[in-house]
Design a protein around this ligand. Sequence first.
Ligand SMILES: [Ca+2]
Ligand SMILES: [Ca+2]
Ligand SMILES: [Ca+2]
Length: 408
Amino acid sequence: MKKNVLMLAALLIVMAAVIVGCVKDGVDVGTALDLEEAQLITFGNSDVIDGAYIVVFKDEALPTKRADVNRVNYVAKQEEMNDFAKKIISEKRFSERPIKYSYVKTISGVAMDLTENEVEVLLRDDRVDFIEQDQMFHVTMGGPPGGGGGGGSAAQTTPWGITRVGGAMDGTNAGRAWIIDSGIDLDHEDLNVDVANSRSFLSGGQSSNPDDQNGHGTHVAGTVAAIDNEIGVIGVAAGAPVVSVRVLDRRGSGSNSGVIAGVDYVGANASSGDAANMSLGGGASTALDNAVKAAAGACPMVLAAGNESQHAGNVSPARANGNNIYTVSSMTSSDSWSSFSNYGNPPVDYCAPGSSINSTYKSGGYATLSGTSMAAPHVCGILLIGGISTDGRVNGDPDGNADPIAHH
Ligand SMILES: [Ca+2]
Ligand SMILES: [Ca+2]
Ligand SMILES: [Ca+2]
């Protein structure tokens, strides 16, 4: 009974959280959906980026199909998408403007600034599938860093979470972990960073360097794969290569359009045996959900459930659900629910250690942090080593359906 009430409440929250408007001939017709016209997805929250949009095209309207995109032709296909968008801008007699991102592998679309009138014009174009307002995304961390940031090497210790999920295991022959986050400390002594494949997707004059200026991404990377040596910590898949896909800035924030650019890059470049981790979140986003679902065709996608003590179905990418997609809730060292963790099955698949997790940090340091951000990379490490199994269930899961605890 309690579960049903919770589920109903969660459904209502989901319905309230996403304000789906349809603009037709300048008249806002509210939530009435017109299937003949492209849909405009807007949000009523403070994280919206004014005037910035993600325009998603119908795949069949394009000269190149997503299925034909691979790591070799990826950049060339992005240029084709860029040209396609520029052609539409010219056709519609819009003023020239930069195409901020081109998406070709996981969704077909671009990010650019538009006026409200221009949005209306594009919604009437048959080639447009939908248009979504851009919004800010953030790291999913439970609180400020604790015991954090100290540099210097100490004798290697095994963090409690690594032991709890059945690690550490030898990851030196494992695939790569794509860390879609604030970057990774590229020269950290305790990480094996694949610098050649690392990229930054930050825009607006921010650094194009994939190095981590926040610390969060480096922490996530260390839980997945810190090296088994004499120093620091050790990860679940110790020594596996980690790739920085930098989409969040020094404050731990970034645009959804930039996050999707990172997901698209991973979708085009990941190989079988790899895994990707997304310890970040924001409002519900159809564009991001679709990109994550498509990227899961390239490698497993591991998603933090989020830290708002709410149903994970309210937030993206956590709510993306499907084969090869793993949404992870958080627990303490006594197998008890972390009070901050989002819940709800689906989309949550596993619970993993997320409270008081020691790992690598920016500038060669180490830090103890809490959040579903810290839980997800335990599952990412397990997936790099092989199949995932479970060991018991978490105590105190607020949705009444105790999540299984992830284990090698
Ligand atoms: Ca180490
Ligand atoms: Ca799921
Ligand atoms: Ca649950």
